[in-house]
Each structure stands twice: as C-alpha cells, then as structure tokens.
Design a protein around this ligand. Structure first.
Ligand code: ATP
Length: 254
C-alpha cells in the first residue's frame, strides 16, 4: 500500500562481540496499527526494542519516522519524535507519588516543579498545573486515579504496570513502544490489557514486543516473528498461526 509507515527499520544489523543479535531486520509500523514482535527466547526481541528506542545503535541499517531517516536515535529524542516507551522493569520512582511519577512522562516536565526542584531551576506554576491535570486525566483513563497520591511500592504489580503505561501515555505519543506488557499479569488482567491496547490504538500506533502468544494474537493487526535474529515471517495473526516456519521455530525451541 502507499501509506507512509510511522516507523521503519531497514536492514538492521546488531551484534554484541561475536554474537549476532539482529541480522538484516526490516519492519514497518503503519498508522493506527498494533504491531507485535514475537519469537523464541534469545530471538532478538529485546534488542529490536532497544534499537527502536535508541538504547542500542545498529552496526548497519537505518531507522525512519514518517518516511524521514533518523540518524543516531537516542532515548532523549523520543519525546520530540512523538514516541514513548514502557520498560520491562517499570522504572517507577518509589518515593514519588503515582501522580508525580506520571507527570515525569510529560514533555514539559523539565519546566515543572518536580524536575525543576531536582535541577534547581525556576518552575512555572502554570506549566505545572497543565501537566498535573493531563496526568490526572491519564490516570482516570486507565482507571487508576484512586491511587494518585499513593507510593508505588504500596500497590499491586498490575497497578504499578498501569502507572508505567500512564507515564508513557501522558505525552500523547503517536507511537507507543511496549516492552513485554503482559509479563507478570494474571489472565484476567491480560484480557483487560488487551482491551486497553485496542482502545489506545484509536489514538496512537503501537509496537509491542511480547512473548505471550495469546495476547499478541488477540491484540495485534500484524505480527513480525524473529528467530535467531532474523525476521522469519510477518503477517496477520491468522497468517502467522499457520506459517510453517513459525511453527518449526517454536517447536524447535520447546
Ligand atoms: P528473551 O525472550 O529471552 O528475552 P530476546 O528475544 O529478547 O530473548 P535478546 O535479548 O534480544 O533476545 O538477545 C538476542 C541475542 O543477543 C541473544 O543471543 C543474547 O544472548 C544476545 N545479547 C543480547 N544483549 C546482549 C549483550 N548486551 N551482550 C551480549 N550479548 C547480548
């Protein structure tokens, strides 16, 4: 189709010492879609995610955003590019309230009280109020506003995960990168997450890296499958489910 992808990787190679983690990987995220990346253990999923958020730099290959090449993507470029991510380790600050944790995700946070205080900068009360109300709205959207003034360690894991998601959403990204969103969730919580991700896709494109097959199959428009650092298949969930190379890769790893 002629639609310009919101994000591309083209012929990306990554190796760590002698270990090839990604080999000639190309992938595109289309506007408004939920794209899943799956693969057996060690296939390269985490490396691919880290390339997409600027934590790992490919030895060769290119990244693109809305058809424009990205040179030397760095994590701090993401807000400017309308991108945000969640982390496997959540990365919440234990001694800050849920609300402050979420406000950190706002692009303008450097001018608000929290970081301004840390950095010794003058803060603007007007910016602070605007960020606070956006953060509260995001907490409400994810139905965790009741926890706004709690500290993360006092909350169940599933709630902390939603706080991390809220922090990624508060900047209103047009591309959201989710790293193993299903890990550690019960099957009920996973069903809820699936509905949530579909709802998010009304406003943002999503790329998720995940090894929980049921979630990927139920939530993604398209799926890329990695094995030993290579894309071995891509297509709709129905196509992927029947792809002989995918079945072989998973059986070979059981
Ligand atoms: P899992 O599902 O087990 O998390 P994965 O699909 O995310 O695996 P990666 O973590 O991306 O796979 O790893 C791909 C390959 O690169 C593996 O062989 C791994 O051992 C290797 N690798 C990843 N990161 C590093 C690193 N920092 N140094 C050396 N080797 C690495």
């Amino acid at each position: 189709s002629e639609v310009t992808p919101v994000f591309t990787m083209t012929d990306v190679d990554v190796s760590f010492g002698g270990i090839v983690a990604l080999s000639n990987v190309s992938l595109d995220v289309r506007p408004g879609e939920v794209l899943g990346v799956i693969g057996p253990n060690g296939a390269g999923k985490t490396t691919l995610f880290n390339v997409a958020c600027g934590l790992v730099h490919p030895r060769s290959g290119t990244l693109g955003r809305h058809g424009t090449p990205l040179t030397k993507l760095r994590p701090h470029d993401l807000p400017r590019l309308g991108m945000s991510r969640t982390l496997q380790g959540l990365g919440l600050f234990d001694r800050m309230t849920v609300l402050d944790n979420v406000m950190i995700g706002a692009d303008r946070t450097a001018r608000t009280g929290i970081l301004a205080g840390l950095l010794g900068l003058p803060s603007s009360a007007a910016d602070d109020d605007a960020v606070r109300s956006t953060a509260l709205a995001t907490l409400k959207q994810l139905r965790i506003d009741a926890y706004a003034h709690r500290l993360p360690p006092s909350l169940p894991y599933a709630v902390r995960k939603r706080v991390a998601l809220a922090r990624a959403l508060v900047s209103e990204p047009s591309l959201l990168l989710l790293d193993e969103p299903a890990s550690g969730l019960s099957s009920d919580e996973m069903d809820e997450l699936a509905r949530e991700i579909r709802a998010l896709a009304e406003k943002t494109s999503v790329m998720l890296v995940e090894h929980h097959m049921d979630l990927v199959m139920s939530v993604c428009d398209r799926i890329f499958v990695l094995d030993f650092g290579k894309v071995i298949a891509h297509g709709t969930p129905a196509e992927i489910r029947e792809d002989p190379a995918v079945l072989a890769a998973y059986l070979g790893n059981e």
